[in-house]
Ligand binder design. Structure first.
Ligand code: MN
Length: 232
């Protein structure tokens, strides 16, 4: 049997402290999961049910990446996020069992073409062109829960060229990690290799080519990328 084109390589994330890698199957993202960010997006931050969007697995790029400024946007935004890596399949996972399905955690950035996202939103169209573009998911090495536990509080921050833009605490997540895993698993059979980006706090903003972007979550790690000139 021959593939008629070369099959895609498996995207993977390094596991911190080892030579192991975590293969990425799907990337789920939670929208508006911190109150102050919901407000800055012009939305009511009351506890409406969480909603999800996705990115392709091969949008994941590693810590240290030089991300080319993407096409078709004049408003590329950073969203620093706690990332959850699913290590065990599950469907309709109860909240009190949800953490059993988590392999580990990482720091990630949900890169967003905000102008395209808002244009789609205002027309009632899908968000994909604003969210699911090439290189749109920089993710730092995973920290196994077996080593760091399941962080429920800790500073989450992001800076651009050394100036702090986002500064909050993951304790302020509207929907907690167990709730997100449980709710997502009612709509999708979660599979080992899936990752969930849990949403960003307030302070999102624009970046330009040449910017150095750093961020972190206390107890999980840090991430650093640069925004490069547009790809040719
Ligand atoms: Mn986000």
């Amino acid at each position: 049997m021959n593939f008629v084109v070369a099959p895609p390589a498996v995207t993977s994330i390094p596991v911190s402290g080892s030579d192991d890698r975590f293969p990425v199957r799907r990337v789920f993202c939670v929208g508006r999961n911190y109150e102050a960010h919901a407000r800055e997006m012009g939305r009511d931050p009351t506890r409406e049910p969480p909603f999800f969007f996705t990115k392709p697995a091969d949008a994941v790029v590693p810590n240290g990446a030089a991300v080319p400024y993407p096409p078709e946007t004049k408003n590329l935004h950073h969203e620093i996020e706690l990332v959850v890596a699913i290590g065990k399949d599950g469907f309709e996972i109860p909240e009190d069992k949800a953490l059993d399905h988590v392999f580990g955690y990482a720091v990630g950035i949900d890169l967003t073409r905000r102008d395209l996202q808002f244009a789609a939103r205002d027309l009632g169209r899908p968000w994909d062109w604003g969210k699911a573009f090439d290189n749109s998911a920089p993710i730092a090495p995973l920290q196994p829960a077996a080593r760091i536990g399941h962080p429920a509080k800790g500073r989450i921050w992001l800076s651009v060229n050394g100036a702090i833009r986002q500064d909050a605490d993951i304790a302020d997540l509207i929907w907690s990690v167990p709730e997100i895993v449980s709710i997502c698993s009612r709509s999708m059979r979660l599979k080992a290799g899936d990752i969930i980006m849990t949403g960003t706090p307030a302070g999102v903003g624009a970046m330009a080519a040449g910017d150095k972007v750093e961020g972190g979550v206390d107890g999980v790690g840090t991430i650093s990328i640069t925004i490069a000139p547009p790809a040719k």
